[in-house]
Design a protein around this ligand. Structure first.
Ligand code: C2E
Ligand code: MG
Ligand code: MG
Ligand code: MG
Length: 281
């Protein structure tokens, strides 16, 4: 920082800008090769019935390991992929790969669980999302109730008639539809009455402070009330302690995920986890 204050401050500043621009371009370029070079994989974070501890499903989360850059953090590379539009290809891959994995687990005789995949708002606008989902379900013969799609509220501020049609078609297929990071969002609540949404995933922002922080408690209670009133399932994400878990059970929140139970696991370790824990079905 001190170098910005000397006489060459502006020069250093523009060098920094140029470097960060170069780094972005390099990131974008390497990301375009990530699929063909098989640098992507999915990890699976268990989702549990908070009361009984039974496993009800998992969330698939993308990981990118590049030989040059190493392991990239999803909040960095997903954000970049959303800016460049690359997320459309990556997201379609994640959907397909999740279905392939679920088929493998079903064939191995593992209990049937539901796996959630994150869908970016860009996939909504650019891709034939319904087509991608239908193709993956049919190709791997996946019961639609085994698949959940997680959308952020950002999806809901895009073109309205399109959104309504896509949600209706996905609902018709029988897949489960979830709003991710609920409460962090951009939008109002009107869409909750209009759209076929089955699951509200309360943002981990509001789990952090319960049960000690009064405003976090107020948000948790309000969202639990909305979910109950609209007959949606609520999932608490970012559950890190048993104190949080017990609070959420008292509040009537049925499902949770978080480091208290398990981080996201490689497929192999997830199978070990499944074998060691009772499941709902
Ligand atoms: P998200 O969908 O809200 O996923 C939850 C994130 O919280 C994951 O981070 C998970 O590892 C982390 N997490 C889980 N339990 C805990 C906990 O107890 N404490 C804390 N502090 N964190 C916890 P991750 O894997 O780094 O992913 C970050 C975000 O990147 C995701 O947030 C999602 O928005 C995005 N993302 C990841 N994979 C995909 C993908 O395949 N497609 C799209 N479109 N986005 C993805
Ligand atoms: Mg998610
Ligand atoms: Mg989330
Ligand atoms: Mg998030």
């Amino acid at each position: 920082e001190s170098k910005r204050r000397n006489n060459n401050g502006w020069q250093h500043y523009s060098e920094d800008l140029a470097r960060s621009h170069r780094e972005k371009l390099q990131l974008d370029q390497l990301m375009r090769g990530a699929l063909t070079n098989q640098e992507l994989h999915l990890v699976y974070q268990p989702q549990l019935d908070l009361h009984t501890g039974r496993v009800i499903g998992a969330e698939a989360l993308m990981r990118w390991n590049n030989p040059l850059l190493g392991a990239m953090r999803p909040d960095v590379f997903i954000g970049r992929a959303e800016s460049t539009g690359e997320i459309v290809r990556l997201g379609a891959w994640a959907l397909n790969e999740t279905c392939r994995q679920v088929r493998e687990w079903l064939d191995a005789g593992l209990p049937q669980i539901r796996v959630a995949v994150n869908v970016s708002y860009r996939q909504f606008i650019a891709d034939d999302l319904v087509g991608t989902v239908v193709k993956a379900l049919e190709h791997y013969k996946i019961p639609p109730r085994c698949l959940e799609l997680e959308f952020t509220e950002r999806v809901l501020i895009e073109d309205e008639p399109e959104t309504t049609r896509i949600f209706a078609e996905l609902d018709e297929l029988g897949v489960s539809l979830a709003i991710d990071d609920f409460g962090e969002g951009y939008s109002g609540l009107n869409y909750l009455r209009r759209l076929p949404i089955h699951v509200l995933k309360l943002s981990q922002l509001f789990i952090k402070g319960v049960p000690g922080n009064a405003s976090d408690v107020a948000v948790c209670e309000a969202v639990a009330g909305i979910a109950r009133g609209l007959r949606m399932t609520m999932i608490a994400e970012g559950v890190e302690t048993d104190i949080q878990r017990r609070y959420l059970v008292k509040l009537g929140v049925p499902v949770g995920q978080g480091f208290f139970f398990s981080p996201a696991l490689t497929p192999k370790r997830f199978v070990t986890y499944l074998r060691a824990h009772p499941t709902v079905r």
